[in-house]
Ligand binder design. Structure first.
Ligand code: PEP
Ligand code: MG
Length: 585
């Protein structure tokens, strides 16, 4: 009989999964090293071209299939991989290796991979060095396409329903495919809970444990595996007792899914009946429809950069107007927050609007800085937004603000656009709200002055955390450094919320934190009453809010802010959560 074995790692996505192990070892793909006869060269070139084309098509199909937060997380990655796949040096080099060195396609791919990885390994910059992963994923994808014809059965088995993938790393695009193919969970030997794949696994509700170093050594194909995402454990050959725990978890899950349905369309309020507003971060029709079905107070964040992605030219005024108008109409009179273009830094751009070759793009010409440098482009966007205001209430939200000069300059442009539109006979609303994202520490610190020129603010904790802690939000190597529970981040959050409340201006939070129930009590304690999140988190957050007593939470905000370490903050949070649980038993 097989012996039970527990391997530990870090939880990247919670939940449990039971299935048969399917080992994926992209770095160990078998390579055909037999020399290529002269009369097979062109056929081999064609085989490689077909595999490259299929890999590109695969990425495009994936791009078109994803939406909402998922698309946002993956698009940067897909762009990077498409760029590698289209890189003439890589592609021509491959054809050369087939034609002149007479290598078969798989061997040529391996040689190019080794050459590129060696070049990456030689770099001093640890971030760039970590990007060698991208090369591996791209080459692995093409290798996969090459073998697709030869071993379709094998691929079918690998993706069959009921399997748990065991791999060294999983690329986000692969992950999206696995989800579709019915894979139940993922275990990786490397990776971090902050990686794009981990974020994606959480959105897809696919249990994932990362950093299980011995997984590929200790687990064999077809072993029965139980992932316990709560503990960050992988149980190989689970016992009857483990399986009973799994069944209990499944029962709990079914019960809580049923319970969640009670919160569809329900009013959002704390236990002591303080009303809270939940808004949606929504870009695509599916997100908007979902948000409306679940019940929201409006759209809290519409990231307009989505309109600018995957195309060569920027959309013109009419095209943008139609997109904003449709959104406003879909929300049937609820407020819609349209954020002006936030291109640059990690926001992929195919239109050529964003600056290229910046040494430090995250600290460069991004968001409102870029818009103010491109007044013609900015005017088109502002006019389009204002024209949509005729169809329902809109709030204009400006990203990456650091100074009151930027706020004044933008507001002046908005007002000038509104005057021009009226003069030209366009009907626009008498009133539109004008607000700023608080996502740079400077804006948070200077908020008492900034707020006078604003109608509302929205806190972007994804960037606020990155800029406060000087921790790149996209760099997996930084591990848990990108942590919204850092005392400095909490102080800026508390300061921003209380400054806006004192000024009697609405304050929302639209970073990932808003949709994560681990932070709900904390945000309520700090006085937040407007949360904006991807619709998929809405019901859970609504339920979590209903567990808590607002007055009791508010009374603990001082303790939160006094804590000087993450552990101290966690202790206060644990008390808050326990309180919430107690109230409900
Ligand atoms: C944020 O920074 O928290 C935010 C919501 O904006 P984005 O994620 O689009 O940068
Ligand atoms: Mg941001």
């Amino acid at each position: 009989m097989s012996t039970r074995l527990v391997l530990t790692g870090s939880t990247a996505a919670r939940g449990m999964a039971l299935g048969r192990a399917r080992l994926v070892q992209p770095s160990q793909i078998s390579v055909d090293t037999r020399p290529l006869p002269a009369d097979e060269v062109e056929a081999e070139v064609a085989r490689l071209a077909a595999a490259l084309a299929a890999a590109r098509e695969d990425l495009n199909a994936l791009r078109n299939k994803l939406h909402g937060a998922l698309a946002r997380e993956v698009s940067e990655f897909i762009d990077a991989h498409s760029m590698i796949l289209n890189d003439p040096e890589l592609v021509d080099g491959l054809y050369d290796l087939i034609r002149t060195a007479r290598l078969r396609a798989s061997a040529a791919l391996k040689m190019q991979r080794d050459r590129l990885v060696a070049a990456f390994d030689a770099l001093d910059d640890p971030y760039l060095r970590s990007r060698r992963e991208d090369i591996d994923h791209v080459i692995g994808r093409v290798q996969g396409e090459l073998t697709r014809d030869t071993t379709p059965a094998e691929r079918q088995i690998a993706a069959r329903v009921g399997s748990i993938l065991i791999s060294d790393l999983v690329a986000p695009a692969e992950l999206a495919h696995f989800g579709e193919a019915g894979v139940l969970g993922l275990v990786t030997t490397g990776g971090s809970p902050l990686s794009h794949s981990a974020i994606l696994a959480r959105s897809m509700r696919l249990p994932m444990v990362v950093g299980v170093h011995d997984a590929l050594k200790e687990i064999s194909d077809d072993d029965l595996i139980l992932i316990d995402g709560k503990r960050g454990e992988v149980i190989v050959h689970p016992t009857a007792q483990d399986l009973a725990a799994y069944r209990a978890w499944q029962r709990d899950l079914a019960r809580s899914a049923d319970e969640l349905q009670r919160f569809r369309g329900a009013r959002t309020a704390t236990r002591d009946d303080v009303a809270i507003d939940l808004f949606a971060n929504a870009e695509l029709p599916a997100d908007i429809a979902q948000a409306r079905a679940l019940g929201v107070s409006g759209v809290g964040l519409y990231r307009t950069e989505f309109l600018f992605l995957q195309r060569r030219d920027a959309p013109d005024e009419d095209e943008q107007f139609e997109a904003y108008r449709d959104l406003v109409l879909c929300m049937g009179g609820l407020p819609v927050t349209i954020r002006t273009l936030d291109l640059g830094a990690d926001k992929a751009d195919s239109t050529g609007i964003a600056m290229v070759d910046e040494d430090n793009p995250a600290l460069g010409v991004r968001g409102v800085r870029l818009s103010l440098r491109k007044p013609a482009l900015f005017t088109i966007q502002l006019r389009a937004i204002l024209r949509a205001s005729r169809y329902g209430p809109i709030r204009i939200l400006v990203p990456m603000v650091t100074s009151s000069e930027e706020v004044v300059a933008t507001r002046t442009m908005v007002d000038a656009c509104a005057r021009d539109l009226r003069t030209q006979g366009h009907e626009i609303a008498d009133h539109y709200d004008f607000g700023a994202m608080i996502e740079v520490p400077a804006a948070a610190i200077a908020l008492p002055a900034l707020i006078r020129q604003l109608d509302f603010i929205s806190i972007g904790t994804n960037d606020l955390t990155q800029y406060t802690l000087a921790a790149d939000r996209g760099n997996d190597a930084l591990g848990t450094l990108h942590d919204p529970l850092h005392p400095a981040v909490l102080k800026l959050l508390a300061h921003s919320i209380s400054t806006a409340r004192r000024a009697k201006k609405p304050v929302a939070l639209c970073g990932e934190m808003a949709g994560d129930v681990r932070y709900t009590a904390l945000l309520l304690a700090l006085g937040l009453t407007e949360f904006s999140m991807h619709p998929s988190s809405l019901l859970e957050v609504r339920q979590e809010i209903s567990h808590h007593d607002h007055k009791r939470l508010r009374a603990q905000s001082l303790a939160l802010l006094r804590a000087t370490t993450r552990a101290g903050i966690e202790r206060v949070l644990e008390r808050m959560r326990a309180d919430g649980r107690l109230v409900n038993t």
